[in-house]
Design a protein around this ligand. Sequence first.
Ligand code: FES
Ligand code: FES
Length: 970
Amino acid sequence: METNKKPIHLVINEEGHDFLVDETESLLNVLRGAGYYSVKSGCDDGTCGICMVLMNGKPTLSCKTKAIQVDGAQITTLEGLSKGDELHPLQEAFVETGAIQCGFCTPAQILAAKALLDKNSDPSDEEVRKALNGVLCRCTGYVRTVDAVQRAAAEMRGEKIVAVEVLERELPEQINQIDLPAEYYRMNNEKQTLPPVVFTPKGMKATKVVGKGEVKVDARKLAQGKPVFTDDIKMEGMLYGALLTSPHAHARIRKIDASKARALPGVKAVLTHVDIPRIKYASGGQSYPQPHPYDQVSLDNKVRHVGDRVAIVAAETPEIAQQALELIEVDYEVLLAVVDMEAAMQEGAVVIHDEDDTEGIYDAKHNIVVHIDAEVGDVEKAFAEADQVFEGEYRTPMQQQAHLEPHVCITYFDEDERMIIRTSTQVPFHIRRMVAPLIDMPVKDIRVIKPRIGGGFGNKQELILEDICALLTKATGKPVRMEFTRTQEFISSRRRHANIVRYKVGIKGEKVTAADLYLIGDTGAYGCHALTVNMVGGFKGLTLYNPPNSRFVSDVVYTNTVPAGAFRGYGAMQCEYGIEVLMGEIAEKIGYDMVEFKRINWLKMGEEMYLSKQLGEGREGVEQSLKTTAMAECVDIGRKLTDFDDKRKRYLDQKGRYRKGIGMAVVMHGSGIADLDMAAATLKMNDDGSFNLLIGATDLGTGSDTILGQIAAEVLGIPLEDVIVYSSDTDFTPFDTGAYASSTTYISGGAVKKAAEKVKAMILDHAANMLDVSDVSSLVLGDRKVQAADGRSVTMEEIALSSLHQLNQHQIMATASHVSSLSPPPTAAQFVEIDLDMETGHITPERLLMVVDCGRVINPLTAAGQVEGGMSQALGFALTEEMLFDQDGQPLNPSFGKYHIPRASQMPPTDVVFVQTDEPSGPFGAKSVAEISIDGVAPAMASAIHNATGVWMRELPYTPERVIKNLKAS
Ligand code: FES
Ligand code: FES
């Protein structure tokens, strides 16, 4: 094999290296093979940019560069930027500003910025965005990235750098009294994003570590490009797994012959549906028992979407694995496909799940996987008594999560013959439980390790690769690695449910008295999250305005498209979009100010959420009421900061080609799933008074490891640096349902707080012993020590050493679990300003502002990052992102070249303001922030388009073609 290879010499980070490469081998492959793991891969067509390196000083896509053609080149990777422990100013700035979330794009972002600064030491923001444009980031919205580059540039110019800012203000009685620097009011066409603002109501208890913009605990290693992700290891004898996917949207496999593939030298295993037992499962990573139906098997004799699993291969190299896939002969009986969710329900439509061993499909003959029906009050009576009744139908598209790190998994047997699954997952504990029957091993013999994750947004709350990778390890006895290509991410992973959202709303005077929501959900080929996503949609969509007479009916439908799963926003964003647009339409029709009409009707403090008991996410819910909200303050602050009322009036009379518009929407979300989500945390004291915090919670890049560390540090009176956070490994960290449902801060944070309080009690007990104090309550813990009333004190280190080695020896440690019977909603107001070209229909977003009540903000920098990133994904949802299929179910845009997520230069100034509330059930008053951030841009965009043009648009995304069509129709 080696004979076809040719020698090349590369100077990588100033060190010479010799390689033998074949003609087609990419520079990316060579660099990763040589251990330069900072160089990442995220696409198949040269569009993501995250494989970027500097070649002879120039940004270069290593995936598109043949190694053989660059013999002698000087290559710089991120590993080459820091000198020992000393970071390059760009790395420092990325760490300090919070520009790093998952960190998967960070190496390429930093190198792109370095190339810019090497040429231009004083770039404008626009130039920075242009330089970063080639490197996609799905997490950040590029806000802090641009800030980081500017800070590094200033430092490299020798200028004095001001600390990263968060503006803290007391919330005044009257919103008119808020005093922020003039630029926050955007009267001066200022284009830059501004530092986040945190408003705190009078009397809210001060905290020391909680509430501070601490640097993320993993930021430094991510800024250095250290090998922290699933795929950043190479194991001795590791095989490469590959998946054969279906070219047809619907077909039966009449025969499958893998003999030629098996005969190929280097192939170690080929498995098809005839080689493995038929065990039914549901792939959505949810709590036990998982909602029905169990409509999948690891490899089936029928395929139901293009990209469905057909066969798997393990081979010595990725190339041999690909060749083997091509040698598998499949005889398909191609069946009619149905891709339209309404057509799929019709009598006579092709039946997608005609197998007889799937239990729990509501109406398989009509492809209805789930039917939901819930009502409170008397809806028909309320409609009959209403002054007016309004109806509207809204459509939302399939959206791809588009995390930059693809699904990737490495499985192997350890020395005790236990199956180790190293995987990029949001739900390690669910994966362990779900995979066990599929690979016929007991849970106790499976260990799931979750390294750092390069983004997930719900798509990694799913069993995608782990079962088939482990089956290949079982078949070969060898370590096996499997990774999706970007195309497979689009056709074989999951996506957001497309929805048809039909509302009927009755009003009496200006009060909404009745609402009926009929929701059709497109779950694609399998019902992974069919029940729960649409149930959440109904609950949130009918609770935002909470009429006492509400009815929710939903049909969730199979189609021959890629399955729908979890995606940030999880049904709520689709239904809140519908009701928000309809509320705007109603206000216009009844001649009422839109904001005031919403204000009269939105869910108020203390109000019971009428449908909470009936719509409990797959099981009976819990009665809930709103305990904290700053909705009104969020709206009024946003109005003031955007000059909303004046602009809105001014924009009504526009003529000409380019029109401005400003819009707003209110939104709410939840914090975990009431009485279902459970998290545990363990805290263990070390000799030096530091602590290990072991958590099953899963940081997807959100910063949850950091904020959980802050919660522990706050209770224990220590700085964050004394908490070593580790997540997650099913052997060593306690259980956590995982990172979804906006649960981590609220539920996992609750567990950490409880564990820390137990540890605190143990510390105080031991200190009382050491100090010979009988009244423990007289002791004060803080500043790394325990102090007695008489001024004597013992340090944390002294307490640790004493408890471990001297006095009444014991380990100071505790584990605590937390569930909550509440899911307190964060609330927010979203503002959008646009410029709309009446001739082309093109919308240019000019500003996004979200004013958010997420309870106590545990870390304003990471929370702002969440909101900025959420708004950026929401902007894609509103304007460009839509997975398309032809009538035969063939995907039309499964690549970043055709499916457009926002790039740096497409993001407008994106500002975040927090209005803190003190949620009594949350850790230090916290609720959640992760998902609410994505809920508001689309309806606020609709409101802005209406302000600019007088037209209400009811179907997303608002592409130029759709805008023009609507303008013409009006
Ligand atoms: Fe090279 Fe995407 S991996 S551009
Ligand atoms: Fe950019 Fe996650 S931080 S992709």
